[in-house]
Structures are given as structure tokens and as C-alpha cells.
Design a protein around this ligand. Sequence first.
Ligand SMILES: CC(C)(COP(=O)(O)OP(=O)(O)OC[C@H]1O[C@@H](n2cnc3c(N)ncnc32)[C@H](O)[C@@H]1OP(=O)(O)O)[C@@H](O)C(=O)NCCC(=O)NCCS
Length: 175
Amino acid sequence: MTTMEQRVTIREAMPADAERLLTYMRQLLAEPEIDFILSAGEFTVSVEQERQLIERYAMLENYTFLLAEAEGRIIGVLHCQGGNLAATRHVTRLAISVRPEWRDHGVGAQLMQAAQGWAREAGIVRVELEVFARNARAIHLYEKCGFQHEGRRRCAVYRYGQYHDLLMMAWLAEG
Ligand SMILES: CC(C)(COP(=O)(O)OP(=O)(O)OC[C@H]1O[C@@H](n2cnc3c(N)ncnc32)[C@H](O)[C@@H]1OP(=O)(O)O)[C@@H](O)C(=O)NCCC(=O)NCCS
């Protein structure tokens, strides 16, 4: 018997994925009360811009753009954006999402593991992120992957008619 996790493959995004990625992103942003800073109306990327973005991610050593796929569909996305100054090139900022029907099946963990493997190989020292303080599932995943809490940005975001705190978390490749 195969589990859902066994049917999932993780790979780097390619320019040809641009259109499917935009569809994925639009569906995600349409979710009610998704814990993202970006709102649906603010996401105005064209297919060509997305293609260029994917190329840029592939070119830069401290950037990565990973996809989880199953049954020919994109079911999860993780990307890391590195610092572009000499002083911050060792740092990368992570963002992750998984399709609703695939959540709680280990896809997020597989993507995180792939990103941490990539970070070690790329010589990244620090992977950092920010997460809504109410996003218990994401926080649990990050803690499970060795991310530590570094602080709280109170009322940093205004979404869905209220202010939200953001938690700062980070993982160091060398522990
Ligand atoms: C956060 C997200 C990427 C996690 O991906 P995922 O595939 O669901 O993650 P996994 O299945 O690998 O792990 C989820 C873990 O959270 C746990 N979990 C689920 N709901 C929880 C809750 N309310 N409180 C605490 N833990 C919870 C699960 O039990 C699982 O832990 P376990 O493996 O120890 O049992 C995904 O849920 C998502 O896309 N959410 C919407 C977008 C988002 O919030 N992105 C993060 C922005 S910072």
C-alpha cells in the first residue's frame, strides 16, 4: 500500500512551471483567512514575470525554488530568497505553502528537509522566516525542523480586520 507521502516528489521549479505556479498561488491567496501578508488583489505577477523570477532563483546561489508534486499537480511550494549584500549572503529567507487537501500529510516536512539539505550544500549559514503568531501548524513544523524562536513583532500586520503579531524564527545550518 502506498501512502500519500510516497507519491510526492520534490524538485526545483523550472521556467515551464510559471503558469501552473500562478494558478497555484491564486488559489492559495483565495483561501479565507490564509496567514499571508500578501492579499489576492496585490498579486499581479504575469506569466513572463514569473518565468523570469524562476530563472533568477535558479541563477543565484543563495536562492532556491522548490516544488512538491503529486499526480502531475503542484501540491506545495517552498522558496528561499538570499541576502544580496556581502554581509548578508549567508542568510536566506524561507516561505512555504501546501495545498489545503494535502496539509498534515508530511509534504511541508519533505519540503523543509529538502530546503535544509540545499542550504547546507549551498553554504548557507542561516535560514530565517516570519510566521503569523496564530499559525500553530506552521510553527509546529518549523520547531520540528529545528527552527528556534527569536522574537515577536507585535501588531506587525493588519489583515482580515485586525492586527496580527509575527514571530521571527531561524535555523542555523551548523546548529
Ligand atoms: C504550514 C504548512 C506549509 C505546513 O505544511 P504541511 O504539509 O501541512 O506540514 P506537515 O504535514 O509536514 O506538518 C504539519 C504538522 O503540524 C501539525 N499540526 C497540524 N495542525 C496543528 C495545530 N493546530 N497546532 C499544532 N500542530 C499542528 C501536524 O500534526 C504535523 O505535525 P506532526 O508531523 O508532528 O504530526 C501548510 O499547512 C500550509 O500551506 N498552510 C497555509 C500556508 C501557510 O500558512 N504557510 C506558512 C506561512 S509562514
